[in-house]
Write a protein that binds this ligand. Structure first.
Ligand code: NZQ
Ligand code: ZN
Length: 394
């Protein structure tokens, strides 16, 4: 077994009505005053923000509340929030929402513990993150896994570049997971969330050909669960059991558990961030558009892995590795399409793109052609451009 480190300090409070424990969880962190962040209003419409405020009040915790985080959240909003609340005695930032709200909360927590400028430097990769307040999350959507991850992803609102900051300081201290809260997630977001959850483990699975047997077994079990319950959540949005399975998969898929002992460049995420940033499409959709085409390019190295995935997760019967690896790409693509998600530019809201824009994407993914896109099968500039062209329709 290959060496690894594993430390996920997030306290998970899972179950119906779990948001009523928010106050106690924040008090256990010695929170003092809490800044509650939410998104465009879904958490207000369902009364969730009021329930969270009540729980905090019952624990004797004062709070400030700010909404307005948008999907594909921008750095500028986080900077503005830091400036607004920097002298207000905030001790913990509480996200009530999906990945966009959680990632913004992480950035705000970093900025409040140091400065807006210091936080921006860290997100632009110019300096390490020095400090961050604690973050808590009341999760309303099964998708990003930000509730257990050390990462936050924000966009530069001017250049639309995705800025990624990873630090152990950003791992949330606690996450409230009530699957009922996810039952109102719109179908498109449910589908994109399921795809993102699958991809967090699939990218890790494709980062090695073996080595840690338990890691593989955990990964395959998680992917089988997502493949089964993602479509069930779409068919029966109020199915608590299905929502529970998908939500727990979301939290475990991106905490590192399903990739122990292997390095990962998350190549498809890197490719997809270009699309989500430019076209403002959901993150999960950016991955479904590109994964099949990336997998075809990487198959020369990954065929044994894809063949195993086809058999263990999708029940493929092809005995030959080559045929089974192709069956895998077909099965994953069909699963994405079954969720109603695109597997090409043409099927996506933005439609086909000019070749010169694809060249810009490829250049950014390869540092201007100087560094290959990482992963077990590194792709150079020309190969990355070929992936974008294939996704664009040849
Ligand atoms: O803003 P509101 O009104 O809340 O509506 C949201 C938003 O429009 C809605 N929604 C969420 N929960 C709902 C709901 N609507 C009704 N009922 C509910 N219960 O869904 C829409 C999308 O929300 P968003 O938070 O953007 O989705 P998601 O959780 O997929 O997060 C996507 C963001 O996470 C980043 C992505 O890049 C993207 O910016 N990621 C963060 C990661 C991390 N921190 O580790 C890893 C991921 O790979 C990903 O990159
Ligand atoms: Zn993702």
């Amino acid at each position: 077994m290959r060496e690894f480190e594993f430390h996920v300090p997030t306290k998970i409070l899972f179950g119906s009505g779990a948001e009523e424990k928010t106050g106690a969880a924040a008090a256990a962190e010695g929170a003092g005053r809490v800044l509650v962040l939410y998104g465009g209003g879904s958490a207000v419409r369902g009364g969730l923000v009021d329930r969270v405020k009540l729980s905090l009040a019952q624990a004797g915790i004062d709070c400030a509340v700010k909404g307005g985080v948008r999907p594909n959240p921008v750095l500028e909003f986080a900077l503005e929030t830091v400036r607004e609340y920097r002298d207000q005695g905030i001790g913990l930032v509480l996200a009530v929402g999906g990945g966009s709200v959680m990632d913004t909360a992480k950035a705000v927590a970093a900025g409040l513990a140091s400065s807006a400028a210091g936080m921006e430097e860290a997100f632009r990769g110019r300096a390490p993150l020095g400090a961050a307040l604690g973050v808590g999350a009341v999760v309303t959507m099964a998708a990003s896994g930000s509730e257990t991850s050390p990462t936050a992803v924000l966009s530069d609102g001017r250049t639309h570049e995705k800025l990624i900051c990873t630090s152990p300081l950003l791992v949330p201290r606690f996450a409230i997971l009530n699957p009922e809260l996810t039952c109102t997630t719109p179908p498109l977001q449910t589908a994109c969330g399921a795809a993102d959850i699958l991809m967090h483990t699939l990218e890790r699975y494709c980062a090695d050909l073996g080595g840690n047997a338990l890691t593989d077994a955990l990964a395959e079990g998680l992917m089988r669960t997502v493949v089964e319950y993602g479509p069930r959540c779409l068919a029966e949005p109020g199915d608590y059991a299905a929502r529970s399975e998908l939500m727990w998969c979301g939290s475990l898929s991106h905490c590192g558990l399903t990739g122990l002992g292997r390095d990962n460049g998350f190549p498809v995420h890197r490719l997809g961030h270009e699309l989500a940033a430019r076209y403002d499409i959901p993150h999960g959709m950016s991955l479904t558009i590109l994964w099949p085409h990336w997998a075809r390019a990487a198959r020369r190295v990954l065929a044994p892995r894809l063949a195993r995935l086809a058999r263990t997760v999708f029940g493929a019967a092809e005995p030959e590795e080559d045929a089974a690896s192709l069956a895998c790409i077909h099965a994953v693509s069909a699963w994405f399409e079954g969720l109603g998600l695109p597997v090409s530019f043409a099927q996506a809201p933005m439609g086909r793109e000019e070749d010169q824009v694809l060249a810009q994407f490829a250049a950014r993914c390869t540092s201007g052609g100087t560094a290959p896109l990482g992963g077990l099968c590194p792709l150079d500039y020309g190969q990355v451009l070929a992936v974008y062209r294939a996704a664009n329709g040849g």
